[in-house]
Design a protein around this ligand. Structure first.
Ligand SMILES: Nc1ncnc2c1ncn2[C@@H]1O[C@H](COP(=O)(O)OP(=O)(O)OP(=O)(O)O)[C@@H](O)[C@H]1O
Ligand SMILES: [Mg+2]
Length: 525
């Protein structure tokens, strides 16, 4: 009977099934005490083996799994773990599926802040729009807004805008950072995501920004619409205005807000000069194809030189307005302006703009005059300027205007054709200019021109038109159109006052050595 059979210890049973090899005593050695246990069943010396475990049935496992599985705590834990794994898998599958669906059903347009359309689209998004209707009322709303302020100071010159001393300010509300939903047309919605990245531009330190517009795939055709409308809107803000670009942080930026175009007729140059330059520029603009066909770089350079206050800058601004161009000005004397930066700016010149380089002589002369500490702060060299104008870095398509009060100080290489094609002297006020300016200010009250004749006669007597060849008693002098403008502005609507004060047009010379008048404030030398 089984009950009477001797039951070997369970350890012995396990040892017999998985004998551990021993290095000192090989298992086959007859002296091994385990050998008797390993010998086939039925041999006279072997003790009876226990009955073999059932092949299947699980209730009698040699490992205690059955006990584990029958343990309610373990089984419960295992159940929970599998549920968790299934949930995680399901979630991942859901996200993947969602992404796939999104990719199939939605279309994203990402606009970087560095792209010109970034500002246009922001402006366009902030436009008031029809949000009537159940859905539109609930989901469309710009909740975070940001303000973009532009300031300007009204003067006549190109440098009118100056953020430091602003007297005019205008505010544009834009969508702020974050997510918004905007209705474009009935049934067409745009999800807008404006984000500031944690990375920044290496030079300026300004963080990168992106604007992402998401639309349903079936509404993808609206994208073109959006950009066209945004561009038209930006253009409408500039209608009848001249945009002035300047350089900041190694890039072009708009200086203040666009200012009203200055009529070309308001800048009175000597007979035929304005018309000549305008015609030349218009012909150049029309001749792009001619240049391209012949492989000639499509560039034109103008140099306006002459004494101060003769209308050089004002004329360039008015010409830009007439041609419907912007003005992109570079101050070569600016601290930090280098040859490399200049070359970089040339490649990024804003479209449809006149490049304006003022006082080109000053930038290059001062370069040679080192400060006592040996540093001038100006590092634009003559060759840097020449390269910027027609070297490899020079833009393929540009109109450049250079101005100077001292043409004699310029490097002759700067004035050679290709860099400067048209050189014009804008000189002191002539009789023709004084008459034209008089008509602009007093034309409506001086119908018979008698006032104008008296004024011109007075200027002649004062020798302000360069003297009188026939009368050596008349001094040889000149005055500037800026001075005449000042006189007329002071005597607004008062012709007689202007004639009486004409003597004030005689240029004053200030001698540094002249003794200071009585009571003048003297600064230490
Ligand atoms: N020919 C002109 N017709 C009308 N206004 C003029 C003329 N010349 C000068 N002015 C007026 O005088 C002021 C100075 O002119 P502007 O700055 O254009 O002179 P500029 O020749 O550029 O002088 P600078 O050489 O010192 O830069 C402006 O307000 C401008 O309106
Ligand atoms: Mg000027």
């Amino acid at each position: 009977m089984a009950a009477n059979q001797p039951t070997p210890p369970s350890t012995a049973t396990l040892s017999s099934q998985f004998p551990a090899p021993s290095s000192s005593t090989p298992p086959s050695a007859p002296s091994n005490p385990l050998a008797s246990l390993l010998s086939p069943a039925g041999s006279p010396s072997s003790p009876p083996l226990p009955p073999p475990p059932p092949a299947s049935g699980g209730s009698h496992s040699i490992l205690p799994f059955d006990t584990l599985f029958t343990n309610p705590v373990f089984a419960g834990g295992l159940g929970l773990a599998s549920l968790g794994a299934a949930a995680a898998f399901g979630r991942r599958a859901f996200i993947r599926g969602g992404e796939l669906l999104k990719r199939q059903l939605l279309v994203n347009v990402e606009i970087s802040k560095r792209d010109p359309s970034y500002e246009w689209v922001l402006q366009w998004l902030a436009q008031p729009r029809d949000n009537s209707g159940f859905l539109a009322q609930r989901i469309t709303r710009l909740r975070n807004l940001s303000v973009a302020t532009t300031t300007s100071r009204p003067t006549n010159g190109v440098y009118a805008a100056d953020e430091g001393r602003a007297t005019h300010a205008s505010f544009h509300v834009q969508p702020g950072f974050g997510k918004h939903i905007v209705r474009h047309q009935p049934g067409v919605y745009i999800a807008v995501d404006r984000q500031k990245a944690s990375t920044a531009q290496t030079v300026t330190g300004e963080p990168h920004e992106t604007l992402t517009l998401t639309l349903l795939w079936m509404h993808r055709h609206a994208i073109e619409d959006i950009f066209t409308q945004a561009h038209e809107l930006a253009q409408s803000f500039q209608q009848g205005k001249t945009v002035i670009y300047t350089t900041r942080n190694m890039n072009w930026t708009v200086l203040g807000k666009p200012r009203l175009k200055r009529p070309l007729g308001s800048v009175i140059l000597d007979e035929g000069i304005a018309e000549h330059i305008l015609k030349d520029a218009q012909e150049f603009i029309k001749a792009q194809e001619w240049y391209t066909e012949r492989g000639v770089p499509y560039r034109r350079g103008y140099l306006l030189y002459g004494p101060p206050g003769t209308g050089k800058t004002s004329f360039i601004q008015a010409l830009a307005g007439e041609l419907d161009y912007s003005v992109a000005m570079i101050n070569l004397s600016e601290t930090g302006m280098t040859d490399d930066l200049l070359a970089h700016l040339m490649t990024q010149l804003p479209e449809r703009s006149i490049l304006l380089l003022e006082d080109v002589d000053a930038a290059l002369v001062n370069r040679r005059e080192r400060a006592p500490d040996g540093y001038t702060g100006r590092t634009v060299t003559a060759s840097g300027l020449l390269n910027a104008l027609d070297g490899l870095a020079a833009g393929e398509d540009r109109i450049a205007f250079l101005t100077t009060n001292h043409i004699d100080r310029l490097d002759p290489a700067l004035i050679r054709p290709g860099r400067v094609d048209v050189t014009v002297r804008i000189g002191e006020a002539t009789r023709y200019q004084a008459a034209k300016m008089w008509d602009r200010y007093y034309g409506d009250m001086d119908v018979d021109h008698s006032g104008r004749e008296r004024f011109l006669k007075r200027l002649h007597e004062l020798g302000l038109f360069g003297g009188d060849e026939k009368d050596p008693a008349v001094p040889k002098r000149h005055t500037s159109t800026a001075a005449i403008q000042g006189l007329f502005q002071f005597n607004k609507g008062d012709m007689e006052g202007a004639i009486k004060m004409a003597e004030g047009l005689i240029p004053r010379t200030y001698e540094p050595e002249a003794p200071s008048p009585e009571g003048a404030i003297k600064s230490p030398a």
